[in-house]
Design a protein around this ligand. Structure first.
Ligand SMILES: [Zn+2]
Length: 88
């Protein structure tokens, strides 16, 4: 399946949503299964149960890193350039 290209703004939104979810978990000392939901899939808006993300290996002369994201259970796969200087 081809990966869907995400715009930088979409990546930024998703990371912001994940960070605020993380903060909520820490502040309220939540335990699974009380974790807040993950951000919905940007493609089909399905509820996401699991999100796997990894960075593509850096290439010489390329300053942007590419983030690969796999959503489950809908199975959509995304890629998008990220600024590696930003905290992940
Ligand atoms: Zn989806």
């Amino acid at each position: 399946m081809t990966r869907i290209e995400l715009r930088p703004a979409q990546i930024a939104d998703m990371r912001a949503a994940l960070e605020s979810r993380e903060r909520t978990i820490i502040e309220l000392m939540l335990q699974q299964p009380d974790y807040p939901p993950l951000p919905p899939c940007p493609e089909c808006s399905a509820e996401v149960e699991r999100m796997d993300s990894m960075l593509e290996p850096p290439q010489f002369g390329v300053y942007d890193s590419v983030l690969l994201i796999n959503m489950k259970p809908c199975g959509h796969r995304f890629r998008g350039a990220v600024d590696i200087d930003q905290p992940s």
